[in-house]
Ligand binder design. Sequence first.
Ligand code: HEC
Ligand code: HEC
Ligand code: HEC
Ligand code: HEC
Ligand code: HEC
Length: 267
Amino acid sequence: MSTLDDHTKEISEDTSGGAASAKSPDAKMEKQDNGPGGPIILFFILGVFASLIMGWIIFPKLLYSQKKQPIDFNHAFHVAEVENGCESCHFFRKDGTFSGAPKLEQCIDCHEEIQGVDPDEIKFVEEYVSKEREVPWLIYSKQPDCVFFSHVAHIKGADMDCVTCHGHIGESESLKIYEENRITGYSRDIWGKSIGGFKKNTWDRMKMDDCADCHQKYSANIEKTGVKTPTKRLVDHMIEVVSPGSSISGKGDSVQTERDACFVCHK
Ligand code: HEC
Ligand code: HEC
Ligand code: HEC
Ligand code: HEC
Ligand code: HEC
């Protein structure tokens, strides 16, 4: 078929007169010049795009499995509903330990019985409250077991805001999907959204270097101003009571250089 077509084209070009046949050798020359280079560059560009898509989109998709929280929870609504703000549900116990994710105890006053028509509330009351089962919340910020983290040192001691490390979960209307790394089993919030390691906000990632960077900045500030507030001293004392020997006060805390530096965050 095609050879027949080509023939008829050639014939028609030949017969169409001088102008056309004079052009055609030029056109052929041009084709030959660009011919080998074009496809190679094209393949190269396609290859770059393919590996970018593979590395930035497909690989992270495969690496993380998505899990839904057992029930959804509306922070914005509840914060307005309770009396003590965040502390109604996330508070410090007398010994300085942090309560973390709330237990049924913090909900039961209002959710003994179903109040409305919200399917998450109905599920919460039927599946958990009336069976006295704690909700197995998935913890976005959960660190590996070898890491020691103390909320009291950061919040009471250093007067930090929840947003610095957690982002705007406290103002959210629903809980985001939890993404679990299939290899390590850790939450994606530790290693960060961006596979390239870019970090726009302080809460985008919480790897060892992210903890250490801030500690280094902070100790540099202390050296400059020499400030050690009474709350700071109190907190040091509380930490010393809860886990003796963990206080880093007075020492520099470069992860690489300090002799006992590792034991600030690893027990
Ligand atoms: C009525 C109870 C309640 C109040 C009040 C409340 N929270 Fe929560 N919060 C929860 C529950 C339930 C979860 C568990 C969901 C989860 O696993 O993330 C949670 C989880 C969180 C988490 C996620 C921890 C993690 O890594 O998974 C953060 C951060 C948080 N709350 C911050 C806040 C802040 C900030 C406020 C105040 C503005 C606040 N919460 C007020 C009930 C409450
Ligand atoms: C001060 C009272 C109060 C407390 C404490 C409280 N709630 Fe609620 N909650 C409400 C009210 C009021 C509603 C709205 C009722 C409705 O329309 O279903 C609600 C709605 C809900 C809903 C459905 C809407 C949503 O958030 O997605 C869930 C789930 C829920 N609560 C879970 C909890 C959990 C878990 C706790 C404990 C950590 C808790 N609540 C503590 C008052 C409270
Ligand atoms: C300096 C960073 C930092 C700040 C500030 C901070 N958090 Fe956390 N938070 C963490 C880390 C890290 C974890 C994980 C701890 C672990 O897995 O051992 C965590 C865990 C949690 C959890 C889950 C605990 C659990 O396992 O049940 C809740 C809830 C929470 N934080 C709420 C808050 C609230 C509310 C505030 C503000 C009052 C706050 N955090 C401030 C870093 C921080
Ligand atoms: C945004 C800043 C910031 C981030 C992020 C941060 N920290 Fe801290 N951390 C501080 C400050 C400030 C203190 C108080 C320093 C002091 O007491 O000398 C502190 C104190 C501590 C202490 C108590 C040590 C002592 O001096 O008694 C531990 C343990 C700790 N951090 C672990 C961690 C871990 C683990 C992470 C990461 C998961 C982390 N921190 C992330 C700022 C930060
Ligand atoms: C400022 C807190 C901090 C200090 C100081 C610190 N680490 Fe870490 N380390 C972490 C956190 C948080 C993680 C978990 C997140 C990650 O893997 O980056 C971690 C993870 C690790 C892991 C991987 C463990 C695992 O199960 O994935 C090793 C190994 C480790 N640290 C060794 C060290 C050594 C050695 C030192 C001392 C030179 C040190 N760390 C000092 C916070 C710290």
